[in-house]
Design a protein around this ligand. Structure first.
Ligand SMILES: *[C@@H]1O[C@H](CO)[C@@H](O)[C@H](O)[C@H]1NC(C)=O
Ligand SMILES: *[C@@H]1O[C@H](CO)[C@@H](O)[C@H](O)[C@H]1NC(C)=O
Ligand SMILES: *[C@@H]1O[C@H](CO)[C@@H](O)[C@H](O)[C@H]1NC(C)=O
Ligand SMILES: *[C@@H]1O[C@H](CO)[C@@H](O)[C@H](O)[C@H]1NC(C)=O
Length: 475
């Protein structure tokens, strides 16, 4: 033990006695030896963020040992302790908040074993991050995060591309603008690349051929333009692809079908046009497919074998200028919870009975189309859906009359009841029979005779008998 450590040790022991704490007394033995330069670099780096009044050596004499600093983790290399993780900004209640006049000190880049560096809610007043120095962290840094730093403006420095060991680069909800640096193409070890919620413009670099390990690519919420990169299909491991809320245009690339492990594809609110790629149906693992708000303007929706995408849970195809009928394949997606087809130009009838059989369906939007005919959903269905069902703004669509004594039943808004064409015997019988064939849960009849489910709770046979007797009466 060097004399400085010895002095420090005595100092710590005396402090210990003065404050009179009694738990884990052997902690004083655990002075974690560090290179002096490493420790000074740590103090300086932190001081740059929290302000000059912060005195690290005074408050945290043993930062990798018994006086840990919130947001700092260390590890041993050759019997000495080095900082491996550094998180700056308000993550926890007791973390050190960044001052408004913070400085990114050069000492930060002297922490040679740093593996993970995060800035959360730290930069509040406008500043750019320096271009220099990043290369010094290149041999170890695996994770770099800038989250929720509205003050971070300007371009993301090209030199970030020298951090070739990076597995995770998260640049989420800051004020960065300019182009996405092409040097990011060098970061071929990345598993996660998130640049969402900034002000990036220009094209997405077309260099994903190197990104064989990438699992998550999220560039959503920027102003990126141009076409989708054709190399997109080469990110063979990809699980989530979110490019939503940009200004991307052109067609959905055929290559998308190669991404066999993709579970989320979110391209909503872009300018993607020129039809849907039939290759979408090849992504069997997809649980979330969100393409809404793109002027796709097509009737090729029918050409897709929707039934082959049996993992789909959320399917949003609203506001896309889709024409044609609602494809029957959609009614075979047993896991579907959310189906958005609203604000298109869909025509034809609604396969209500088939849709009603989907066991998980909890939201269905077909409003704002030109659908026609009768909706035959049951009262039970409407009760389950509540406001998560919308069918209004389809001028030629009507609701088959549901008569209910339930006070909970609120009919769906904006739908007119279907008019009865004739009330003479035969026609009513026809209508009643077709009603029976389709096993009406809500038990209504075209004549407005109430069938109370409370009494006839064991079901269908009773409905049948009752309705048959009604038919006999009418005759
Ligand atoms: C921190 O405090 C120590 C005494 O505890 C003092 O010697 C040192 O000068 C102070 N450093 C700064 C930067 O204020
Ligand atoms: C990226 O790699 C290329 C060669 O592979 C190299 O010329 C370039 O300097 C690298 N860029 C950065 C920012 O490291
Ligand atoms: C896709 O996922 C499976 C199962 O998780 C995995 O075994 C396979 O390696 C993945 N494919 C790629 C190309 O990463
Ligand atoms: C809606 O569909 C009907 C046929 O069902 C057609 O006559 C009408 O022109 C369509 N309306 C619009 C606005 O496309």
């Amino acid at each position: 033990m060097s004399w400085t450590h010895y002095v420090l040790f005595l100092l710590l022991v005396s402090r210990w006695c003065i404050t009179g704490e009694s738990s884990s007394p052997e902690v004083t033995d655990d002075v974690a030896p560090m290179e002096i330069s490493e420790r000074e670099a740590l103090y300086s780096a932190i001081q740059g963020f929290v302000g000059d009044s912060w005195n690290g050596s005074d408050l945290y004499p043993d930062p990798c040992g018994w006086t840990p600093i919130q947001g700092v983790s260390c590890d041993i290399y050759n019997d000495l302790w080095y900082v491996t993780d550094l998180t700056l900004g308000l993550v926890h209640e007791n973390s050190l908040p960044c001052t408004a006049s913070l400085k990114l000190k050069p000492q930060l880049f002297e922490l040679k074993h740093l593996k993970s560096l995060s800035f959360f809610n730290c930069f509040t007043s406008p500043m750019k991050i320096p271009k220099e120095d990043w290369i010094n962290l290149g041999s170890n840094l695996e994770s770099l995060e800038f989250r929720s730093n509205p003050g971070l403006i300007g371009e993301l420095p090209e030199t970030i591309g020298s951090l070739t060991k990076l597995k995770s680069l998260v640049v989420l909800e800051n004020g960065f603008n300019g182009k996405v640096p092409a040097s990011l193409c060098n970061l071929t070890s990345l598993k996660r690349l998130v640049l969402a919620g900034n002000l990036f413009t220009g094209k997405i670099p077309d260099c994903f051929n190197g990104f064989k390990d990438l699992l998550i690519l999220d560039l959503s919420g920027n102003s990126l333009s141009g076409t989708l990169p054709s190399t997109i299909g080469e990110m063979v491991s990809l699980l989530k692809l979110d490019l939503s809320n940009n200004q991307l245009e052109g067609k959905l690339p055929q290559e998308i079908g190669v991404l066999k492990n993709l579970t989320l594809l979110d391209l909503r609110n872009n300018r993607i046009s020129g039809g849907l790629s039939q290759n979408v149906e090849k992504i069997r693992s997809l649980t979330d497919l969100v393409l809404s708000g793109n002027p796709v303007d097509t009737d090729d929706m029918m050409g897709i074998k929707w039934e082959s995408m049996g993992s789909l849970v959320n399917l949003d195809l609203s506001k896309m200028g889709l024409r044609g009928e609602i494809p029957s394949g959609l009614t075979k997606l047993k896991r579907l919870r959310f189906l958005g087809l609203n604000d298109n130009d869909l025509t034809g009838t609604v396969p209500s009975r088939e849709l009603e059989t989907l066991p998980c369906l909890g939201a269905l939007y077909i409003n704002g189309n030109n659908l026609s005919g009768e909706l035959r959903f049951s009262r039970k269905f409407y009760e389950k859906m509540g406001t998560r069902f919308k069918a209004s703004k389809n001028p030629n669509l009507c609701q088959y009359e549901i008569v209910s004594e339930s006070q909970h039943y609120v009919p769906p808004l904006g739908l007119k009841p279907c008019k009865m064409k004739k009330t003479e015997g035969n026609l009513v019988i026809l209508q009643t029979l077709s009603n029976l064939e389709k096993e009406d849960q809500s038990s209504s009849s075209s004549m407005g005779v109430m069938v109370t489910r409370h009494v006839l709770s064991n079901g269908f046979m009773w409905d049948l008998l009752l309705e048959l007797s009604l038919i006999v009466l009418l005759k």
